[in-house]
Structures are given as C-alpha cells and as structure tokens.
Design a protein around this ligand. Structure first.
Ligand code: ZN
Length: 117
C-alpha cells in the first residue's frame, strides 16, 4: 500500500485491492520454493487424516503457539504464503511504462515500449 512516482510525473496509487494496473511475477528461481509449499500442504492434509495434526504443526511451526489455534484453511494459507516470493509490477496509466519491483525493497526499474522501426 503505497504511492509511487512514475518518471512521467504520474503518481501510481496502491491503496486498495483489485487494481487493474498492478500485477505480480514469480522468478523462475522461486518456483521450486512455491512447489515445496504445496508439498507441505499435502503433508498437512495427510497428518490431519492420520489424526496427527498437532504433532505435524509442532514439527513445522516449532513453538509457535498461534499455529495450534489456526483453522485448517488458515494453516494452508500460512504454508502457501511462507513459500510465496513475488515481486510487484505496475503499469503507469498515463504513459504505460512498466515498473518492476527490485528485490524485496520498494524500489522499481522502469521499462517503456520501444518505437517500431
Ligand atoms: Zn508514467
């Protein structure tokens, strides 16, 4: 949730959900980590079926007491987000520049369409 100044002077406002000019990308180097999150979700479901939910939570969340209080769907949400590393992309609605987040910081590189020859 922020405001970002585009090089054209337009202020890109990010203070709500469902922004048509905002997106995300996942680097290929982070895809494996995302799949590991799905593996954890599978393991949790197996543990629930085997009536070993609490044991599994202690193994995977350590002494995080809050985890024992979470619903199954909240646990799955946490497991998925734990492994999700995305970067944010904005398209300036004024000049159509693409702003691509660099690392985990609130800094962006900008790209603009090259004219056709
Ligand atoms: Zn712009």
């Amino acid at each position: 949730m922020s405001k970002i100044a585009c090089k054209c002077g337009h202020i890109i406002v990010d203070q709500t959900d469902d922004l048509p000019y905002k997106g995300y990308y996942i680097k290929d180097t982070h895809i494996e980590e995302l799949y590991k999150g799905f593996d954890h979700i599978d393991q949790l479901i197996d543990a629930i079926k085997a009536d070993k939910r609490e044991e599994w939570i202690i193994q995977n969340f350590g002494n995080a007491a809050y985890a024992l209080e979470l619903s199954d769907s909240s646990l799955i949400h946490d497991l998925w987000l734990r492994n999700l590393k995305v970067s944010t992309i904005y398209t300036c609605e004024n000049c159509e520049r693409l702003l691509v987040q660099q690392g985990e910081e609130n800094t962006y590189k900008t790209y603009i369409e090259e004219p056709e020859d």
